[in-house]
Design a protein around this ligand. Structure first.
Ligand SMILES: [Zn+2]
Length: 342
């Protein structure tokens, strides 16, 4: 058995626009070429994506929103819908294929054909709310995947971990009132989309099942590892997720101009080892990474391969999780600790 399955497909590169946008096909072109060359090594399984249907998309988005997207996609100005989120004739097929690529990997993980998956897809998804696309996101791929797990496989405890530098506002909104999907987002405070405060912890049945860890600019590997490592340790032990989904955005890297955080390339290997351990201990290794942001193609490629290499290693490391004063300040008295012990 190959333990890692990857989705990559040139149709994800068709979503593009003439004017310069940070979210463009060049983010993935060279990664795809490198993976294509590695295919003969049988290190991983390439999995074919499919298009998500309207029925599947309406598990997280309103029918009105889908109709609105179709109307804007055929207009001459690709930015007629939103100032960041362009829509062309090729955008909706790519967006359907992005969600469907995650479903294809999910099927293989649930069938135990593979342990881990990585959907190297675009457009990204975590900012898309039930009724609105924004921040380069059309359909919320990770939320649709969690819904797919609930509806197709009957799972009741799904953990979404989002380490993109931007808050997972769309994902949070979709699952704010349920305890069947826990959304844990670590992100830089005070930048787009200007939400994700520590006090946002869910409501109704979902109270305590949204965890926001807003961090400051200049936070780097040690702070991130300490905050996420400690939080995950407690959460996973108590929530015991049946599946771990990862919104893997690479824009908190120190060489990204879009943010002020300072993660190294190696940190993406560290967090992958930590997540592997939690998946082994709680949910029979079921772990799926879904690409979100990351806008410097050279850094994105290195960071994605740091993740892939960590997923391909025979065993996982147990990185030391040390208390760091700046990280302790974030965790001390954090509202989520009313509900969970760390
Ligand atoms: Zn981002």
């Amino acid at each position: 058995m190959n333990k890692l399955g990857l989705v990559f497909d040139n149709r994800y590169l068709h979503h593009s626009v003439q004017t310069a946008s940070p979210e463009n096909p060049d983010r993935l072109r060279s990664i795809y070429m490198r993976l294509q060359q590695k295919l003969s090594g049988n290190m991983f399984t390439r999995i074919q994506p499919r298009e998500a249907s309207d029925t599947e998309i309406t598990t997280a988005h309103s029918p009105f929103y889908i109709k609105q997207l179709c109307e804007h996609a055929i207009k001459e100005n690709p930015y007629s819908y939103d100032k960041d989120t362009y829509l062309t004739d090729d955008s909706l097929p790519a967006a359907r294929l992005a969600a469907g690529g995650c479903f294809a990997l999910t099927d293989r993980i649930m069938n135990a054909d593979i342990d881990y998956g990585f959907a190297l897809i675009r457009p990204p998804g975590h900012h898309a709310t039930p009724g609105r696309g924004m921040g380069f996101c059309i359909f919320n791929n990770i939320a649709l995947t969690a819904e797919y797990l609930r509806r197709t496989f009957g799972l009741k405890r799904i953990l979404i971990v989002d380490f993109d530098v931007h808050h997972a506002n769309g994902t949070q909104e979709i699952f704010y009132e349920t305890d069947e999907v826990m959304v844990l987002s670590i992100h830089q405070q005070g930048i787009f989309p200007f939400s994700g405060e520590a006090e946002e912890t869910g409501s109704s049945a979902g109270t305590g099942f949204t965890i926001n860890l807003p961090v400051h600019a200049q936070f780097g590997d040690s702070e991130y590892t300490s905050i996420l490592g400690r939080t995950l340790q407690g959460i996973v032990e108590q929530y015991i997720p049946q599946f771990i989904l990862v919104s893997a955005g690479y824009d908190a890297h120190r060489d990204e101009t879009i943010s002020g955080t300072e993660l190294s390339t190696q940190w993406y290997a560290t967090i992958s080892h930590i997540l592997r351990r939690h998946a082994a201990e709680s949910c029979r290794n079921r772990l799926l990474f879904v690409l979100e942001g990351g806008y410097n193609p050279i850094i994105l490629e290195k960071s994605i391969f740091a993740t892939i290499d960590a997923l391909l290693q025979d065993t996982f490391d147990r990185p030391g999780i040390l208390p760091v004063p700046r990280a302790e300040k974030i965790l001390d008295g954090h509202p989520f600790r009313k509900y969970w012990t760390i």
